[in-house]
Design a protein around this ligand. Structure first.
Ligand code: CS2
Length: 474
């Protein structure tokens, strides 16, 4: 494949036959391939010991495609100064369902010094308080069958158990998902599950395994057929594992003293002790605004991020939400100028070269709303700051669900059934409809759901969204 590509396409300059496995990655979706795999590809030019074994937990489509291409895939950036590059970092790829024993072998191998995860918010199986949900069906299964897990948390526990039994030191385990305090959440979830079957193992994990916090950032739309077809014309060959993203990319990692973190620092990740600050700013500003834009943009009939942010009223409203309701609650972060950061985020949303569907951002909204917006709402209510825009965004999510229920579209959301039942109960009355959604404890912490200021802001926001649906601006 490589020698036939046009000259402008960059390709690995290292000898792929010399690669050695060093990383197991769980969840090789588009974001992993566009982000972490590109950093690792850079690292492999200096150190061949960090090749990735990519393991999919659910669908085997991506890993099958990657295997058929010897792990190679194309990364294309979109916008000014864009480039096209073949990434060679994935050395092996398979699905855990097809090869459970290969999965355990990879997780347990002494050469595996780092396990990374991009499994999205729902993959962590957390409850409304951010703890592992012991009643989640996959976790119930994994407690009964720790030797044949289904969840990512279950696989991690099984892999760590194998290492403990063999006297192999634990790897560094790194969440690369948009969760508040992702490293601590993952550590707590793994330890909690391990404790159900083996308290000795739980203690060993707590004492010996590092779970650094991270912040990952690069806008990565799904690879749609239009992108894949255009790339095929550019390359002269079809690549069904290709991914695209904006040029901007950032990986901030807690600077724990260990070999994998130092190696990622050499590959371009920023190592710092204040990942929490960076991650919270990114989650609340970028992801919070992204979700708000998606729900409100869809109410106005837009389909893509760049179109929605170009709407004068909506663009101004998102900027006000960030400036008046999100930035004032963020603690100072070294090396981060909040206003410049916010401006940069809005400029990135406006990139017309990226065809990023609002409906893609709206996937799994029930998991995203709490981590992206409700934490800010709770902080603002406590500090006496406004929640007008934040509540309107939450109301826009409710209306998104109501329209799905009325118009019969499927929701891509782990709470789909509960949401559609609630959506069908709604009558268009702001107070009644918002109260119906506030009953969902998986989404709204009870203390927040009872707060009268939040309830009235939500009702008003809901009324605003009803106007938007009719093409009127509040
Ligand atoms: C987006 C994110 O789909 C979404 O929910 O908000 O994937 C976002 O593009 C990335 O976090 C940017 O780093």
């Amino acid at each position: 494949m490589l020698h036939a590509l046009p000259a402008h396409v960059a390709r690995p300059a290292y000898d792929r036959t010399q690669l050695q496995p060093g990383i197991v990655h769980i969840g090789p979706g588009a974001f992993h391939r566009a982000h972490q795999a590109a950093f690792i590809d850079t690292l492999l030019h200096d150190d061949p010991r960090w090749a990735i074994t990519a393991i999919a937990l659910r669908s085997r489509d991506t890993t099958d495609t990657l295997r058929a291409q010897d792990g190679l895939f194309t990364l294309k950036t979109l916008g000014p100064a864009s480039w096209t590059r073949v990434i060679g970092a994935i050395r092996d790829a398979f699905s855990a369902q097809d090869d459970p024993s290969g999965t355990l072998t990879a997780l347990g191998a002494p050469a595996t010094r780092l396990i990374t995860l991009t499994i999205t918010e729902k993959g962590y199986c957390l409850d409304g308080n951010g703890q592992l949900d012991l009643s989640h069906p996959d976790i119930v299964h994994d407690i009964a069958r720790p030797d044949a897990p289904r969840s990512a948390i279950g696989w991690l526990v099984a892999g760590l158990a194998r290492r403990k039994a063999a006297g192999t030191p634990p790897p560094v385990v790194m969440s690369c998902d948009n969760l508040t305090d992702n490293g601590s959440r993952l550590r707590e979830a793994v330890v909690r599950l391990a404790r159900q079957s083996d308290t000795g193992l739980a203690g060993w994990i707590e004492r010996h395994t590092l779970f650094p916090r991270t912040m990952v950032d690069s806008i990565t739309p799904a690879s749609d057929p239009a992108f894949l077809d255009a790339l095929e014309s550019e390359l002269g060959t079809r690549d069904d594992a290709a991914v695209c993203r904006e040029v901007f990319t950032s990986w901030v990692i807690e600077n724990l003293d260990c070999e994998p973190v130092a190696a990622l620092g050499r590959a371009g990740a920023v190592l710092t002790s204040d990942v929490r600050g960076h991650a919270l700013a990114k989650l609340r500003v970028l992801n919070g605004a992204h979700s708000a834009l998606a729900w409100m943009g869809l109410a106005l009939g837009y389909q893509r991020v760049s179109e929605a942010i170009a709407d004068d009223w909506l663009g101004a409203s998102i900027a006000e939400m960030i400036g008046q309701e999100i930035l004032p609650g963020l603690a100072p972060v070294q090396g981060l100028d909040p206003d410049a950061y916010a401006q940069g985020v809005l400029a990135r949303f406006a990139n017309p070269a990226i065809s990023h569907k609002l409906s893609q951002i709206a996937w799994d909204s029930s998991q995203k709303l709490p981590v992206r917006l409700l934490g800010t709402v709770a902080d603002n209510l406590q500090a006496g700051r406004p929640v007008v825009h934040l509540a309107r965004a939450a109301a826009a999510w409710m209306r998104f669900v109501v329209r799905a229920a009325r118009e019969g579209w499927a929701l891509t959301d782990p709470l789909q059934e509960t949401l559609l039942v609630a959506g069908r109960d709604c009558t268009g009355d702001p107070a009644g409809d918002t109260a119906r959604f506030l009953e969902m404890e998986q989404v709204f912490p009870p203390g927040l759901a009872r707060n009268p200021d939040f309830r009235s802001a939500l009702s008003r926001g809901y009324g605003d969204i009803l106007k938007l649906e009719r093409g009127l601006r509040p």
